[in-house]
Design a protein. Sequence first.
Length: 261
Amino acid sequence: MKYLVIAILALVLGGLIGRAIWMQKPEQPVDPVQVIVTQLKTHAVISHERQLAIWYRACPEVWGKTPTIFIAWPATISYQLELHDVEVTRSGAVIKVRTPAIHADEPSVPTDFMDYLSTKSIFTFANEEELVNHEIGKASPIARYLTTYFLTHDPSLRGDFSTEVQGLVQHLASALGVPVTQIDVDIPSPTATLPKLPKLELCPGSMASVNGLPFAKVDSGYTVPIAFHPQQKGHAVAATAASPEDAPPKGIASVFGSPPK
């Protein structure tokens, strides 16, 4: 009887072991595309900045002799590419990546660089500091306008983001042992409405400039935007300076003389 029980237990145990082996599913191979997608989403956000230098001459109408105010200030405009909705497909040795559109952040205008010097005329009956502060108050709206303008008109911006995404995917593919001959990155064109420029009281015949390129003028008393093509120098309009000589100028606002007639 004892041996019969042992035999029955052995048969049951063998059956269970056999069933477990039979029912065990083979390990599924890892999909490299899903790994790449997961890692890109983990990376979350890619950011890029542009350094700008803005300057113009203002001739505000005041009682008495009209002064000339020279305004110059630096700004940093920032952009982000979020990867939480990234899509990756693979066809042979070609990987295609589709991302959301690039969006702009709030620009940085360092007001601590906005000093001013004055050689006020005795015939200008206006508070020079108020005039200068009034012009400085236009810095943030101008920076927001330029931030959107570069977003929609600077092709190198999308190029920089595309290059970085390509590098990330290439490193991931190499780590996974996936042969890749081409990585196509599709970043949709941004849809953004240019904000309105503040009213600029530019001196006759002068224009407001960003990195040496005119972006606004006054026509019949109205501030009129000027279309310009951002300079393409390898890495977009003004990359971070490599030496003190290349650094963007600090802001200065000077009141001097009277406008040319």
